[in-house]
Ligand binder design. Structure first.
Ligand code: UT7
Length: 349
């Protein structure tokens, strides 16, 4: 039976470290508040002009490809997960194809925010299992720092997020005790607007019933993006943090248990849980709820903040590099975020 295995993994975080105290220059916050509520001590911010979501993805991908023992020309499909693409369109996948001088392969962008990497991995897994592709590059990358509200108004969101990228190369394996055992994907759009960036977008909220022919020049110029949006901070992400927290602590354990049950395993069998790094309190709740020891969970939100689609591959790569994951280990990846979407993947390393 063909399964997908992670043949190579890499991560990249920008050089520039921003501490909680650094953020105090822009907003009314404190190191104490941020650490107590989220566990975050610092995060990395990309260079404002030299680094993008794509370039960071390429850095991580370069390491993953080297570790897989192949070259960029061997990659036959790209799946790129991000919520902050370089351009509104096209997606980052094609920019990676160009930057890494790959063949004219398919490139797909996934927009599932914090669950993006696990969704992307699941998509890639299906292509490997059907035999369609042999070397798929899966990337999660985010340059959050370009679009956060650093005034006190946006402090509940801006202190949480950091920049970075993680990537894996998926390949087929026939080995009995290796590879992705199963993936589990979910969504519930009923709360889509409680963690979202509304603008620019095609939703109707800022449109009038007035016929287009009657628009004056200023109205035409501001159809897609208006001064009002800037004045009302509508171009920044919005989050009802407590509501997201409440849902996350239910859906995280649920989707982990679902993956275990599907494989006739229990929480005791997990060697390493890699939860999406949303909030240390959420990860600790999940750990406690499942009865896992500290040795069974990897958290690094303290150093990187929440890097959304990059958080799972960064944490997985770091746990691997620190020798916390060994051949044959049962590894569980789990994520929850905007949408809401949530997902898990269970694999034998
Ligand atoms: O990865 C995507 C999914 N996202 C998540 O999973 C995030 C889930 N939610 C959370 O992690 C938490 O809700 C937050 C960390 C975002 C916020 O923590 P909280 O304990 O839920 O705080 P809160 O939003 O209820 O705010 C409590 C107080 C408020 O002040 P008042 O109204 O009580 O006077 C906020 O204005 O804390 C204030 N506050 C801050 N104070 C200092 C909010 N942000 C800050 C801040 N510094 N950065």
């Amino acid at each position: 039976m063909t399964r997908s295995k992670i043949a190579g993994i890499g991560m990249y975080v920008p050089e520039h470290v921003v501490t909680n105290n650094d953020l105090k220059k822009y907003m009314d916050t404190s190191d104490e508040w941020i650490q107590e509520r989220t566990g975050i001590q610092e995060r990395h911010y990309a260079h404002r002009t030299k680094e993008t979501t794509t370039t960071m993805g390429v850095e991580a991908a370069t390491i993953a490809i080297q570790r897989a023992g192949i070259t960029p020309q061997d990659i036959d499909f790209i799946v790129f997960a991000t919520l902050c693409p370089d351009y509104y369109f096209p997606g980052c996948g094609v920019l990676v194809q160009r930057a890494m001088k790959m063949k004219e392969i398919g490139a797909l962008d996934v927009r599932n925010q914090c669950s993006g990497f696990v969704y992307a991995l699941s998509v890639a897994d299906q292509f490997i299992k059907t035999g369609m592709y042999k070397n798929i590059l899966v990337i999660g990358s985010e340059k959050h720092s370009f679009g956060l509200d650093f005034s006190t108004r946006g402090r509940n969101v801006s202190v949480i997020f950091g920049d970075g990228a993680g990537a894996v190369v998926l390949q087929p394996t026939e080995e009995a005790n290796r590879g992705i055992l199963s993936t589990h994907l979910h969504s519930d759009g009923s709360s889509a607007e409680i963690l979202a960036m509304y603008n620019p977008g095609t939703h109707a909220n800022h449109w009038t019933e007035k016929p287009l022919a009657t628009f004056d020049e200023a109205e035409i110029a501001q159809m897609f993006m208006s001064h009002k949006m800037i004045d009302n901070a509508e171009l920044f992400p919005y989050m009802d943090g407590p509501a997201v927290f409440k849902k996350a602590v239910v859906k995280f354990p649920e989707v982990i248990v679902e993956s275990l049950k599907a494989n006739n395993l229990t929480a005791k069998d997990i060697n390493m849980l890699i939860p999406h790094q949303a909030n240390l309190r959420i990860s600790q709740f999940v750990q406690q709820h499942l009865g896992l020891s500290d040795d069974q969970v990897h958290n690094n939100i303290q150093k990187y903040g929440n890097t959304t689609a990059a958080s799972v591959p960064i944490a997985l790569c770091e746990a691997y590099e620190q020798g916390r994951i060994k051949d044959g280990d049962l590894v569980c990846l789990a994520a929850f975020g905007s949408g809401f979407t949530w997902a898990s993947a269970l694999l034998r390393w």
